[in-house]
Ligand binder design. Structure first.
Ligand SMILES: [Zn+2]
Length: 461
């Protein structure tokens, strides 16, 4: 592992206003940027130089770590109408087998994969809480704590969002037996969060929030109780409208579409992240954009599960906030998320560069900047920008990579996002000022991968 320095010089760096030259970055022992100064005359004596162009690391706004272990294992037709709900049956069987040690190994490997892909922070939507029989662990926060520790070990920053899963469906339906590891009341979930917070207090790389699982899994009253038990600035994430079946049931039982229902009853603002706001009508699209909440888009998972296509063009036109997440981890690559976001629009509209705007003519630049901003909001942490007070989280590109070599720097982000030519163009990754990935290798790669394989072998046995 390369020791962190307190300063770094970059010939090119992507600052909030765009690419700048000859940038000196300085950060404190805590991993927070203290100064970012462009237009230095030349590299300073004694200051290390970045191996290529530097850009902020991407926040991953939605992750279920344990699902990494089943990626690639459900790509066959199990019945005549294979869909999200039949996938969920398989996913529940996987969740039922997960042990604390197994989860720790899977999560640590996943977070290493994230860092290598250029995700420098993650929002973990964590809902497997209890032992296999549904009883609480002696340490009720055992599994969440394992995930937090896996993040720390890997070097990634984390927003831990313990999930309130109370019911199996709209109308406060009793939980199913195969949901027993998830189930809490608002009070028991807040108690679990208190235990976790006492064992692992917040610091610059760790923030807590909450995640009501979905409108299927909580009631209006329990959602109010949950929100009443946390501080008013803590991030709140919810799965909202992933499936047309859940939209239909919500209309039937609650009298409104899910996003409308939520906006009508709760003070949804910038601390909210509505994950899979896939199925929104024109009114909801505008209202959600106006709320300041982040639409959490997980394009590779939504494509994999056959969810549907979010109306990204109209939502961005209305200045809506977006961010991206790897969710089920069928792919762990923010570049693929942004690419698919644009390609979904191209395929439906039969046009090119749909998500560009008059001000941002390069699609990749617009989506990258939007996802940095939205991901930072969703994480509730000062990330996603190279500016003082923010985390020293960045990627170093390989300027000789065939996706960007010889291109003018105005085209670099386009090459990074849209081109798929062999290895990643992301060479090094710094998280909290520490170089955790050096020339495409994470500092703990071998050991963590061996532990991941052992955990997977046990899960699949
Ligand atoms: Zn999810």
């Amino acid at each position: 592992m390369t020791q962190s320095s307190q300063s770094l010089f970059a010939a090119d760096a992507y600052l909030p206003e765009g690419w700048r030259r000859n940038v000196l970055l300085e950060w404190d022992a805590d991993g927070t940027l203290s100064a970012v100064t462009p237009d230095q005359v030349e590299a300073l004596p004694g200051v290390p130089q970045a191996a290529g162009p530097l850009m902020p690391g991407m926040p991953n706004l939605h992750s279920h770590a344990f699902q990494r272990a089943m990626a690639g294992l459900t790509e066959y037709r199990a019945n005549a109408t294979d869909n999200f709900w039949s996938w969920r049956e398989l996913m529940y069987r996987f969740a039922a087998r997960m042990t604390p040690e197994g989860l720790a190994s899977v999560a640590q490997w996943l977070y290493i994969e994230m860092l290598k892909a250029g995700y420098t922070s993650v929002c973990e939507f964590h809902y497997v809480h209890h032992a296999q029989d549904g009883q609480r662990y002696a340490n009720q926060a055992e599994l969440a704590q394992r995930v937090v520790d896996a993040a720390s070990a890997s070097g990634i920053g984390i927003t831990m969002l313990p999930v309130l899963y109370q019911y199996s469906g709209f109308g406060a339906r009793a939980p199913r037996d195969d949901q027993r590891r998830f189930i809490n009341t608002p009070e028991s979930l807040l108690d679990l969060l208190g235990t976790l917070r006492a064992a692992r207090p917040e610091h610059a790389a760790l923030r807590y929030g909450v995640a009501p699982h979905s409108l299927r899994a909580v009631s209006e009253a329990s959602l109010r109780a949950l929100l009443g038990g946390i501080d008013a600035s803590a991030p709140v994430h919810i799965h909202i409208a992933e499936q047309t079946a859940e939209v239909d049931t919500c209309i039937e039982t609650e009298g409104a579409r899910p996003v409308q229902w939520l906006l009508d009853r709760f003070d949804v603002d910038r601390r909210w992240c509505l994950v899979h706001a896939t199925h929104v009508d024109a009114n909801e699209t505008l209202a959600l954009a106006k709320s300041g909440a982040v639409a959490g888009l997980c394009l590779t998972t939504e494509a994999n599960l056959g969810d549907g296509i979010f109306p990204a063009h109209d939502y961005l036109d209305a200045h809506g906030r977006i961010g991206v997440g790897s969710d089920s981890h069928i792919g762990v690559d923010w570049r693929a998320e942004l690419r698919l976001l644009e390609y979904g629009q191209r395929l439906t509209r039969r046009q090119r560069n749909v998500l560009a705007s008059a001000q941002a003519t390069h699609v990749a630049d617009r989506l990258y900047a939007a996802a940095l901003d939205g991901g930072a909001h969703a994480s509730g942490r000062a990330v996603g920008a190279l500016q003082p007070g923010h985390r020293a989280d960045w990627l170093v590109l390989d300027a000789a990579h065939s996706s960007i070599a010889e291109h003018a720097r105005e085209a670099w982000l386009s090459g990074v996002v849209f081109c798929e030519h062999g290895d990643t163009p992301i060479r090094d990754v710094y998280a909290g000022g520490v170089k955790v990935v050096d020339d495409r290798r994470h500092r703990d790669e071998e050991g963590a991968y061996a532990r991941y394989r052992a955990a997977l072998a046990e899960l699949l046995a």
